[in-house]
Design a protein around this ligand. Structure first.
Ligand SMILES: Nc1ncnc2c1ncn2[C@@H]1O[C@H](COP(=O)(O)OP(=O)(O)OP(=O)(O)O)[C@@H](O)[C@H]1O
Ligand SMILES: [Mg+2]
Length: 251
């Protein structure tokens, strides 16, 4: 499984090329994408302020609607379009479709932000079995289905990878891995070290939900990693090589 970050989505050609090469090599694949910069840009156009708390976007109702329109709309359609143009049978959907992602509100301070509590991966499994590539925008329904919640792309990706029993989950972002205090990429992380690095502020901002998602996937037996974009990082990860920051599968 792949998660492509918002800044990578704006460099559409590179992420498309990566997905195409994985599909050509016969990998069954699902893609979750983010789009933080796009949500920020459109929020500004609408005169809405952008505020993050512990790496998550504070989401009032208007911001939730902007996130839905940009992520499940513009960002998702552009990724699907680029993949179709390269011959990949991509299908765009969001975590709402088929009741895929259920979430509960993460924190009153964050308003309409969900923490994924339940994944129905059956629709994804059908698509993958039909050799299609699902491209998933992060969004969820609350447990009763009464409300749409904004979900961080990483949170969605970790939960989906765990539910699918994916062999690997690679996060493609704008940094080549989790960096230590001196700026050097850390090769391996486990839950205990993550806690230390979160407590001392080394892991911060958008890296917080990403690392949490890696731990969720790793606990489900998935090889999770934050890898550099470009070159053959994902292939190397699948081959068991050291690349970016790897969170070993825990079973
Ligand atoms: N220790 C760290 N090592 C590396 N990056 C870090 C660290 N702590 C915080 N970060 C920040 O985390 C950012 C990556 O998360 P961010 O949410 O911005 O991107 P993304 O998740 O790929 O995109 P999107 O949120 O749009 O899906 C990096 O650009 C960096 O600024
Ligand atoms: Mg992010």
């Amino acid at each position: 499984m792949l998660k492509v970050g918002g800044s990578v989505a704006s460099e559409l050609a590179a992420s498309t090329e990566l997905i195409v090469s994985l599909v050509e090599r016969g990998h069954a694949l699902a893609v979750v994408h983010g789009g933080g910069p796009l949500v920020g840009e459109w929020s500004a156009k609408m005169g809405l302020p952008t505020k993050f708390v512990r790496g998550l976007r504070v989401t009032d109702e208007a911001t939730r609607d902007v996130a839905l329109a940009t992520l499940a709309g513009v960002a998702n359609a552009k990724i699907v379009q680029a993949l179709i143009a390269k011959g990949v049978s991509a299908v765009g959907l969001s975590g709402i479709d088929g009741g895929m992602l259920r979430a509960e509100r993460a924190d009153p301070e964050l308003e309409l932000v969900g923490n994924v509590t339940l994944v129905d991966s059956s629709l994804l499994e059908e698509l993958i079995a039909a050799e299609r590539v699902p491209v998933i925008a992060p969004a969820a329904l609350d447990v009763k289905g009464g409300e749409i919640l904004n979900v961080n792309g990483d949170t969605a990706a970790g939960a989906v990878a765990a539910a699918l029993g994916a062999r690997a989950l690679a996060f493609i972002t704008n940094v080549p891995g989790v960096k230590d205090k001196s700026g050097k990429v850390i090769e391996r992380l486990d839950a205990a070290t993550v806690k230390v690095l979160m407590d001392d502020g080394t892991i911060d901002g958008g890296m917080l939900p990403k690392v949490e998602a890696c731990l969720v996937a790793a606990r489900a037996g998935c090889r999770a990693a934050i890898v550099p974009s470009g070159d053959d990082a994902v292939e190397r990860l699948l081959a068991g090589e050291r690349v970016g920051t790897v969170f070993e599968a825990v079973s």
